[in-house]
Design a protein around this ligand. Structure first.
Ligand code: GDP
Length: 241
């Protein structure tokens, strides 16, 4: 029986439909014995979190493998171990989502996750800092460079930084790419649960001051879920979800 279709609930006509991405849900008004949204955990999550439908779509190893440039996508960048996978998992509320990006063969690719038709989260490789041969590193730099300068679908950049080590060379490089084409950028100072409130606030102020108008900044934790709603709202707005 499909609970989402309300097959096990009273057979009276639904009062209205709600569209959440590709899912159409029938809702009943309250009252004894009638279905409420709380009875549909998956649906309730979809309504609360527009990124919850994310699923791995494909990996692009070269520019010609990118999908047609007519949708909307938000790119996620972060140095290796910064907490990017955990952030993507927290934003989509899916524990294993970004594991895909660590699969051998996909670590040096743009990994696309579809959240709605034509709307994607794109996990960028942390090129330049991985232990890869110089020639491959240069090729990747060029790929990312061209991607940033030509990709019309790109609606925003999220830079994930360990709150204890923000604004490293890689982060600044990625923010430069965004700035050069006036792409909105948002920084997640993640692993904030590792610091006290005072230190979190101090780092937030420092990073905000350093970046000025170039990017918005927030504290975040994939572990404690601090700041998850705020970050989701930014990404959902960029994707026009
Ligand atoms: P990635 O290489 O940037 O994708 O980093 P991961 O998401 O795999 O995280 C690297 C390590 O940091 C893992 O051991 C995670 O468990 C840990 N980690 C990631 N996010 C957080 C966080 O918000 N808080 C804490 N305490 N640990 C985190």
């Amino acid at each position: 029986m499909n609970a989402r279709e309300g097959a096990d609930y009273p057979s009276r006509r639904p009062e209205r439909s709600i569209e959440v991405g590709a899912v159409k849900a029938r809702c009943w008004s309250g009252g004894p014995g009638q279905a409420k949204l709380g009875a549909f955990p998956a649906l309730a999550d979809l309504m609360a979190n527009p990124l919850a439908r994310a699923k791995y779509a494909f990996s692009a190893h070269a520019l010609k493998q990118l999908p047609p440039d007519d949708g909307r996508e938000v790119a996620f960048a972060g140095r290796s171990n910064a907490g990017k996978s955990s952030s993507l998992n927290a934003l989509t509320n899916q524990h294993g989502l970004a594991r895909v990006s660590k699969t051998p063969g996909r670590t040096q690719a743009l990994n696309y996750f579809e959240v709605a038709p034509g709307r994607h989260l794109v996990d960028l490789p942390g090129y330049g800092y991985a232990k890869v041969p110089e020639e491959m590193r240069e090729r990747w730099k060029e790929f990312i460079n061209v991607y940033f300068h030509t990709r019309q679908s790109l609606a925003g950049l999220v830079v994930v930084m360990d709150i204890r080590h923000p604004l490293r060379e890689y982060d600044l490089q990625m923010l430069d790419y965004a700035f050069e084409r006036q792409l909105p950028a948002h920084c997640l100072l993640t692993k904030a649960d590792k610091l006290g409130r005072g230190e979190q606030g101090n780092t937030l102020l420092k990073v905000r001051k350093a970046l000025g108008e170039r990017a918005s900044v927030q504290v975040f934790s994939g572990e404690s879920k601090l700041g998850v709603e705020e970050a989701r709202a930014v990404v959902a707005r960029w994707l026009e979800l």
